[in-house]
Design a binder for this molecule. Structure first.
Ligand code: GMT
Length: 375
């Protein structure tokens, strides 16, 4: 197949999944054209059969906001013309599914055709797409796709409920993890850097995200403060986003600021996960939780909230624990208890890796390949 893969390039799950899927499909012999406004962060190697196309963004003094969707649409039309692209696979509906639909209208007007697939990733359905300013056009663009996929059954149900899509039209294809890259192990030097200035026996607790409100990063800090009262510990926060300053301020108020490690966006998140003792993901709506899967693959139990698709990824009581949304004290107590019971903790680390093995790439890529071929 000749496929245009449209995605966000920045740190975040949808861009990571889109890029890794694009690479895997190219390695299976498909001709892949990745389209975005900059090279996606996980597109870090040269792959035969895979070409990156940058969307040039038009600037003109009249435009208060750049009409990116139109530039993207134009690029997709060009790809159909120049490379004979047969399928546009959008990752994250807004505005990719809309641009794909417009591109198809244009090529159909010329007597050509292209098929449309869209993987809905999360807030395109649970938050942004449901906002009044996007709802109607998102409902339309989603309905026009030949195939829809979601990474969890939970997100498929939410799409059906809020966008009036027949749930049988949605293929649930979970995200996957490179089990050779994300594996137990760890570099002592990384651990030493994270513990610098703290007790050398500190446990390392980690959270990685785009620090948006949905991630409840202040709940991570509150849970950490509970653990910190019972044992030496540092909290590694990987990623950047709007709620980071509030998290830092709260850490100051709770007297744990000196135990916080603000790591920014990291291209090698596995280095941090591998030396972590526990991973926190207390989102109130998480369609899947790729970061939780990557942590488990590194043998790190996950403690989070029982919301969205996370229970499909983290097996409560086996590969981690899921507390009710808002239960930051619950997370902290469970974490501290677990870390104090070394045998139970060791068993859970092993179970975390086994849980992640359910999401090995091979079979999941095949499911995508089959779904795209059928569209
Ligand atoms: O939906 C978002 O907020 C962004 C999106 C992204 O681009 O990072 O994250 C979503 O997609 C990931 C990949 O499928 C999932 O692992 C995340 O759970 C999901 N985020 C949310 O649902 C909040």
């Amino acid at each position: 197949m000749r496929i245009a893969v449209v995605c966000y390039p920045t740190f975040g799950g949808s861009g990571a999944v889109a890029t890794e899927l694009a690479i895997a499909l190219a390695e299976r012999g498909h001709e892949i054209h990745v389209v975005s406004y900059q090279i996606p962060f996980r597109l870090d190697r040269w792959i035969p059969n895979l070409t990156f196309h940058s969307v040039e963004i038009s600037d003109y003094p009249l435009f208060r906001h750049h009409p990116y969707t139109l530039n993207l649409t134009n690029k997709l039309i060009e790809l159909v013309d120049e490379y004979g692209v047969e399928m546009i696979h959008s990752h994250y509906a807004i505005p990719h599914a809309h641009a794909a639909w417009m591109a198809r209208e244009v090529v159909r007007d010329r007597g050509q055709d292209v098929r449309l697939a869209c993987t809905l990733h999360g807030t395109d359905i649970t938050l942004v797409g449901r906002a009044r300013g996007f709802l109607e056009i998102t409902r339309f663009a989603i309905a026009k796709q030949d195939i829809l996929t979601t990474p969890s059954a939970c997100l498929a149900n939410e799409t059906a409920e809020h966008f009036g899509i027949d749930v049988n039209r949605i293929a649930v294809i979970p995200n996957f993890v490179d089990l050779d890259r994300f594996k137990p192990g760890g570099n002592e030097q990384v651990a030493r850097c994270l513990r610098k200035g703290a007790d050398p026996n500190s446990v390392i607790l980690t959270h990685a995200s785009n620090m948006r409100p949905v991630k409840h990063v202040t709940d991570v800090v509150r849970a950490f403060a509970v653990v910190r009262k019972r044992m030496p510990a540092v909290l590694a926060l990987a990623g950047e986003g709007p709620d980071l300053p509030a998290a830092e301020e709260l850490a100051r108020e709770l007297g744990v600021r000196e135990d916080l490690r603000l790591l920014g966006n990291s291209e090698r998140i596995e280095d941090i996960l591998q030396v972590s003792d526990l991973f926190f993901l207390p989102s109130n709506a998480e369609s899947f939780g790729l970061a939780a899967l990557e942590a488990q693959a590194c043998g790190v139990p996950v403690i989070g909230y029982a919301a969205g698709g996370l229970p499909e990824v983290v097996l409560d009581g086996q590969s981690g624990y899921l507390c009710p949304v808002g239960g930051d004290a619950c997370m902290g107590t469970i974490a501290a208890n677990l870390l104090e019971e070394r045998d139970r903790y060791a068993a859970m680390c092993q179970a975390a890796r086994v849980s992640a093995e359910r999401f090995a790439p091979e079979g999941i890529i095949t499911r995508y390949e089959q779904a795209l071929a059928k569209a």
